[in-house]
Design a protein around this ligand. Sequence first.
Ligand code: SF4
Ligand code: SF4
Length: 373
Amino acid sequence: MMGGHLTLHLRLVKACNADCSYCSSWQENPHTRMSPEDFRRAIRFIRDVVVPVMGCGGPRSTVSLQYVGGEILLVPKAQLREMVYIGREEMTHAFGNVIDGVQSNLIGSERRVLELDTLFAGRVGTSVDGRGTQRTIKGNPDAYRKIVERSMEAISRRRRKRPGAVFVVDGQGTSNASHEVATADRLGYPLVLRAIFQGGRDIANGTQDQLVSAFTEAFDLWAMKARVPVEPFTHLLRKRLGADEVYGSVCPFQRNCAENSINLEPDGSLFTCFEMADSGHFGFGNALEERFDRDVWETLRARRDHVDAKCRSCPWFDACQGGCMNEAVHDTGSLYGRPDLCAVWTALFRRIDALFEEFGKERVRSWLSTCIN
Ligand code: SF4
Ligand code: SF4
């Protein structure tokens, strides 16, 4: 009997209706969209050919189907509904528990946004940029913010809570990370701070020092005070507190992604995750061409056992796991390298240890349990 957790990123379309400075998903074939028939074929191939090799599946396992873009609202609504139902139906044959969710920029009519919310029963996540110019419509960040705010309000009226959001910490984002944490806390939604990877475009990355400052300042603002979870802080704190509950796979702190994560592109190509897909790193086949390149996949899986020497002796390895494979490829050229974000994670672990020193683990644990998800 197998088990475990699989995250399946499903990218049904590459086109988008916004124009974000850091996005790398735009580059090739923006108009390719997967049809429901192809979607069913692709899902069956993944389920019947790839999943058994990965070693997940079975009655005690969970699959999390995560619909990502491009922008999902550009898929006609009847087709989207059909595909979401196909995903649920096909995966119940291999997994004991099937869950799904969607990531959308929420740029659409209120009605369309609420339909999306209904289809996923509230499991909708979005992205924010409260005061920068990262996210725009035709170059206009205020136009972007206005529509997103209207959509967030509509969801919040219905669900009595706002959708969780991602804030991308690129060069500009380093000045705004703390502001986004404060806003999420004030409005009561979970936030993910995501350090930018290279992707396909010339992105203005923060310097290492800027990233370290942005993450540590945001952590100081959040720790022992906030009432919402902010990633990666919550995860790292829990791990350092010795939590052994299962989260599924948590990026970017895993080295066994090949065994628990797949990304399906609109043309059927298979990657470990959408970050690897955007970077064009180590595709391992094509579900529509019924091709699974097991040698490449084995190479990806080997990161589980090939640990960088510094990570092996790192006191925080248990929580960090050596960071993200995709970033390691960008920074070192090797699947088994240590990503440059190590500097940020190290600084955060020092902050966490100082927090334990100051407050004691019990008080930290008790405050953390009050963070509302
Ligand atoms: S490569 Fe990085 S982003 Fe992709 S699944 Fe692994 S940890 Fe997550
Ligand atoms: S903090 Fe740095 S050295 Fe330690 S496990 Fe993470 S990447 Fe490796």
